[in-house]
Design a protein around this ligand. Structure first.
Ligand SMILES: C[S@@+](CC[C@H](N)C(=O)[O-])C[C@H]1O[C@@H](n2cnc3c(N)ncnc32)[C@H](O)[C@@H]1O
Length: 305
């Protein structure tokens, strides 16, 4: 008992020493420029920063917050986390809600390089789904659909899709795509609904051939609950596809944007995703990517009900 107390004391002291060192480093001349960039970025979400500046500012914020005991982030209040995701576009500094909504509505057409990135993501997801033997006219459910571009693309490809997001204003924007699809002769295939993915089974009817989530599971307050809810939305033998979900280092790499936008940006380990899927009853769990787990590349995982 006594030894354990001493060990705990030593551990507490060691932690606080590390925290003190982090704080001193963050306050040192080495991070002077990072502090200035951070102060500017804090007031201007869209401030242009190159890759190295993002890394530099992010490292400063991690050191500073680790010293204060708030890094790594812990999310305990579900309602607060949900609200923050819903209010994201409203709360960004140095920009307007209108600018942000236009940006989200025009996704993935943000410029040639960004378009290529998202077009590749869509094409890869489509390829994965086709590789599972799923064909047009099948029913898809999308979790965390944002303003709904991917559901619209799948609708144009002949699938029936229900896109869902926690944010009512995103879904309101997504609804505009329903008329756009009709104009393109693809009406009646896509609809959108508001609700957290953790309880998605309560807001959609019927069963789906595929449930997919693209770059959004890591925003969930409780991703395990989201997986469980997705399981109940699938037909027997239906597929869940986790597409382009971030790897472990995302928690560090995206800490700057997470803090500035007040959203949930966490990275997953391949093992926790696979174990989580199996624990919720999924079989035939296949990790398609990355082939070599480098802790950075996004996860692409499929699992069958
Ligand atoms: C990075 S965005 C990705 C959006 C979309 N998949 C895309 O590619 O444009 C993350 C999305 O997850 C949504 N989201 C966050 N938490 C959620 C939750 N608990 N349930 C459902 N959607 C959520 C956000 O509102 C946002 O639409």
């Amino acid at each position: 008992m006594e030894t354990r107390k001493i060990e705990e004391n030593v551990e507490a002291k060691r932690q606080s020493l590390l925290q003190r060192m982090s704080g001193a480093l963050a306050a040192s001349f080495l991070f002077g420029r990072a502090r200035a960039l951070y102060e500017e970025n804090r007031l201007h979400w869209n401030m242009p920063l190159n890759k190295w500046q993002k890394l530099y500012v992010g490292t400063y914020m991690i050191l500073r917050d680790y010293a204060q005991g708030v890094f790594p982030p812990v999310f305990e209040d579900q309602q607060k986390a949900y609200q923050a995701e819903m209010d994201k576009l409203k709360n960004l500094e140095g920009t307007t809600l209108e600018i942000q909504q236009t940006a989200v509505l025009t996704k993935p057409f943000w410029g040639s390089r960004t378009f290529l990135k998202y077009a590749r993501g869509f094409s890869r997801l489509w390829g994965v789904i086709e590789g599972l033997g799923v064909r047009p006219a099948s029913r898809f459910l999308e979790l965390g659909c944002g303003a709904g571009w991917m559901a619209e693309f799948f609708g144009m490809a002949g699938y029936h899709v229900v896109g869902t997001s926690i944010a009512p204003d995103e879904v309101a924007m997504a609804q505009k795509r329903v008329a756009a699809l009709e104009a393109k002769g693809c009406g009646g295939r896509v609809s959108y609904a508001v609700g957290p993915m953790e309880s998605v089974r309560e807001i959609v009817d019927g069963e789906f051939d595929v449930v997919y989530v693209f770059e959004a599971l890591h925003h969930a307050f409780d991703w395990r609950q989201a997986i469980e809810s997705a399981y109940h939305c699938l037909k027997p033998d239906g597929w869940l596809v986790l597409a382009s979900e971030p790897n472990v280092l995302h928690t560090y790499i995206s800490y700057r944007t997470a803090r500035l936008s007040n959203t949930h940006e966490i990275g997953f380990s391949k093992r926790e995703l696979i174990e989580g899927l199996k624990a919720h009853g999924f079989k035939d769990v296949r990790a398609l990517a990355p082939r070599w787990n480098n802790l950075v590349s996004q996860h692409w995982i499929v699992a069958r009900k």
